[in-house]
Design a protein around this ligand. Structure first.
Ligand SMILES: [Zn+2]
Length: 218
């Protein structure tokens, strides 16, 4: 009698144990899976079809703000194209740069013939200079930003999109003024330009407040 009943009980026990383990594993994954992100750009290959790009704001650490740039030894400063004939082809928070909290950027190109408008021939492969020091985060073939670089110094993060060719590698320490790449039209872009972003304490801010067009218009 015992021998007849035992296999059934054994199978039942095994079944219960497997179900219990399944529940435990499920709960572990539930608690360990990070919250769903509304956007994972850069690296999001399927998402937004905007012509320009920016990441979802990262929940910043609560850093006391005592004036922009005053507490960071290394704030972004200057024009990432470094040329007096730099022109802005799309402003901050407008068009594909809206809403600014997510997509805020400015588009920069070169007016090589002095007619006041950007021209592609003069813009292709213009060197891009880091506007502050930090660590490079290089992403190739992202959508919609194309070849993209973050320069991250902790409090500040600058973004450079649609790059034609990289001049630095992922993880490389970057000095302000260093050439990090060359202007292109990779990703979702209608022509060569630099999409330039500045993030402070995880918040998208206007690059013009950091001198992104300083020296331009001459
Ligand atoms: Zn843009």
């Amino acid at each position: 009698m015992i021998d007849d009943g035992w296999p059934f009980h054994s199978n039942l026990r095994l079944f219960v144990v497997i179900i219990a383990l399944g529940i435990v594993v499920y709960l572990l994954f539930q608690t360990r899976t990070p919250p769903v992100q509304l956007s994972s750009w850069p690296g999001n290959q399927t998402g937004d079809i905007r012509s320009d790009s920016g990441p979802v704001p990262i929940a910043g650490e609560a850093v006391p703000q005592s004036g922009r740039g005053l507490t960071d030894p290394n704030p972004p400063a200057g024009n990432p194209l470094g040329m007096s004939n730099t022109v802005m082809t799309q402003g901050y928070g407008t068009g594909s740069h809206a809403p600014a909290a997510i997509w805020g950027a400015i588009d920069l190109a070169i007016d090589s013939n002095g007619d006041g408008a950007a021209d592609p021939d003069g813009t292709w492969n213009t060197p891009i200079y880091a506007t502050h020091g930090g660590v490079a985060r290089v992403s190739r073939d992202t959508w919609p930003a194309g070849n993209h670089i973050w320069v991250d110094s902790g409090r500040y993060r600058t973004g450079y999109a649609h790059i034609q060719e990289f001049a630095v590698e992922d993880g490389q320490p970057i000095q302000r003024g260093q050439i990090i790449g060359y202007v292109g039209s990779t990703g979702q872009s209608s022509g060569p330009h630099l999409d330039y972003q500045v993030w402070q304490d995880g918040i998208n801010v206007n690059p013009l407040e950091f001198g992104a067009l300083d020296g331009a218009g001459g």
